[in-house]
Design a protein around this ligand. Structure first.
Ligand SMILES: NC(=O)C1=CN([C@@H]2O[C@H](COP(=O)(O)OP(=O)(O)OC[C@H]3O[C@@H](n4cnc5c(N)ncnc54)[C@H](O)[C@@H]3O)[C@@H](O)[C@H]2O)[C@@H](O)CC1
Ligand SMILES: Nc1ncnc2c1ncn2[C@@H]1O[C@H](COP(=O)(O)OP(=O)(O)O)[C@@H](O)[C@H]1O
Ligand SMILES: [K+]
Length: 487
């Protein structure tokens, strides 16, 4: 189940519901400590030194509770109840050159501006050049607004507890949170909060896609048609087709302008490739269509946009539209019950909405709602850091996977191809929400897997890795080795 993005007041309400139901703070803190230690054991090389900073509230209790689970590691603990009296201890610990700092100074209890000594302490820690892992919230950040209360630790990673706090998703917070990860199960009762924004977890895909029936054949898994590529952009068609193959629909046909047919066809084997013909625009019966990657050249056959516009309004199969083809999608109603997905990056979204990229980025949820509203309630995948997935109404899902190594030309073509390859499969079409969320999550998770192994990867590597990340392998990397069962 995805978790809601919550305010501090909602988080407090969730905690209260848990205490009322008989869960205890002590048990939750013990479990958080075990989870934090599990994360550190998994991510911190064995000989690296860790400094735990424990503040005066429960955030400090959480960080301190990791200590018993880190035996065999080089760990120092500094208690920071008062910034001035703690400074000598902190300096001594920093002199030992910690590679990592576990930040338990302040969490969601920070509720007023920090006084000067606290700001100095925080800036001193920021200068230490250790990698900072913040517990729940980077210390100094307002968890509701995402803005610093004077000074804030700059984390490499923030392990937020139970659910993401809304301020952590604010653009102003990004430089402080670093990579945002959620430790979903800290022993609270099931979440009583409903929120417009939900955070996707790898756990959401433990049973998805469903196993293939043993007697299945290629007809079981549908036939995807891709209309893509043009002079100067033939690679987009190739990348989209190869990524679609990774989703493993039964058949894939790629239709590409005659000007690039030979170069595109020569790079694909299992994919059937046809030159675009106005007389026979889509030769065959398809279970999904992808229009987009690389349909950008000035000499693009004029019938391609017209065909897209007609099928968007009439076809009863899923249609995914990406990149320059987005400009040819008609506004207004779409067929009832037919899946329609648009995958703009923020620049494309701004163009479609007649606004600026900054405007889109300053309120991405509103951009998703507005775009979907203009295009008949279609699903919108608003790409970028923490890609959003949603429609005019209903929940909007934040994707947690992916990293800046994805910021290279062609990675969007790969996403479009992979997503369309899943859309084409009748056994998967019954749950479009999970299908789209899975495609986006898998795309980002493949990038994360590559970045862990070798940082200089290219989009062709992404295609090879796509589909291979097993959700259970990355599901909450902070699972304690021995689960502590809440009472
Ligand atoms: N309430 C609970 O039982 C749970 C709390 N959890 C953890 O506890 C954290 C919240 O704990 P707390 O409510 O104790 O709050 P914090 O640990 O975030 O900090 C609260 C302390 O900081 C002080 N403070 C606030 N603003 C200050 C300022 N500007 N200058 C100096 N001191 C300031 C408060 O007076 C209080 O002593 C969460 O972020 C999370 O890490 C989790 O373990 C889940 C369960
Ligand atoms: N910093 C980032 N973190 C996570 N994902 C990113 C980041 N930057 C880019 N991406 C992802 O990379 C892809 C880029 O797509 P797009 O901009 O359409 O590229 P192109 O048009 O060159 O193929 C999207 O899926 C986007 O979400
Ligand atoms: K913290």
């Amino acid at each position: 189940m995805p978790v809601p993005v919550v305010s501090v007041a909602q988080m407090r309400q969730w905690e209260q519901a848990s205490w009322s139901a008989g869960r205890t703070e002590a048990a939750v803190i013990a479990r958080v400590g075990a989870c934090l230690a599990a994360w550190l054991r998994r991510h911190v090389p064995h000989n690296d030194r860790i400094l735990i900073l424990a503040g005066k509230g429960h955030n400090g209790d959480d960080a301190r509770a990791a200590l018993p689970h880190l035996q065999g590691r080089a760990v120092d603990l500094v208690e920071v109840r008062d910034p001035e009296t703690a400074l000598p201890d902190l300096e001594r610990a920093l002199a030992r050159g910690p590679d990592w700092i576990l930040d338990g100074l302040f969490g969601i209890g920070l509720n007023r501006p920090l006084a000067e000594p606290w700001c100095r302490l925080i800036e001193r820690i920021n200068q230490a050049r250790s990698r900072i892992v913040s517990v729940d919230v980077p210390s100094g950040l307002d968890a509701d607004t995402g803005r610093p209360w004077g000074a804030t630790l700059r984390a490499t990673c923030t392990l937020t507890l139970a659910a993401p706090k809304q301020g952590l998703l604010h653009p102003a917070a990004h430089t402080f949170t670093g990579r945002l990860e959620v430790i979903p199960d800290i022993g609270l009762v099931p979440c009583p909060i409903q929120s417009e924004l939900c955070w996707t977890l790898p756990e959401d895909f433990l049973d998805w896609p469903p196993p293939r029936p043993v007697a299945a054949h290629k007809g079981t898994f549908g036939h995807l048609a891709i209309v893509a590529g043009s002079t100067g952009y033939h690679g987009a068609a190739v990348l989209a087709a190869r990524a679609a193959q990774r989703a493993r629909p039964g058949l894939i046909t790629l239709i590409t302008p005659a000007s690039v047919y030979a170069v595109v066809a020569s790079q694909l084997q299992a994919v059937m490739v046809h030159p675009w013909s106005a007389a026979h625009p889509l030769p065959g019966r398809y279970t999904a269509l992808l229009f987009g990657p690389g349909l950008a050249a000035a000499d693009l056959p004029a019938e391609i946009p017209a065909t897209l516009a007609r099928l968007w309004q009439e076809a009863n199969v899923p249609i995914v539209v990406d990149a320059s083809a987005l400009d040819h999608v008609p506004r207004g109603p779409i067929p009832r019950d037919a899946l329609r997905v648009l995958t703009p990056h923020p620049g494309e979204a701004a163009r479609l909405l007649g606004t600026t990229t900054n405007e889109v980025q300053s309120n991405r949820v509103a951009a998703v709602r507005a775009l979907s509203g203009q295009f008949g309630g279609a699903w919108i995948v608003l790409k970028g850091y923490q890609t959003l997935i949603g429609r005019q109404h209903g929940p909007i899902f934040v994707n947690p996977s992916g990293n800046p190594d994805l910021a290279q030309g062609g990675s969007g073509d790969v996403l479009a191809g992979y997503l369309a390859g899943l859309c084409a499969q009748p056994p998967l079409q019954g749950d479009p929400e999970r299908l789209i969320r899975y495609a986006v999550w898998q795309h980002g998770a493949a990038a994360d897997a590559l970045s862990r192994r070798h940082p200089a990867w290219v989009v062709e590597d992404l295609v090879r890795t796509l589909g291979r990340v097993a959700p259970h392998r990355v599901a909450s990397t902070a699972r304690p080795a021995t689960p502590t069962t809440p009472p």
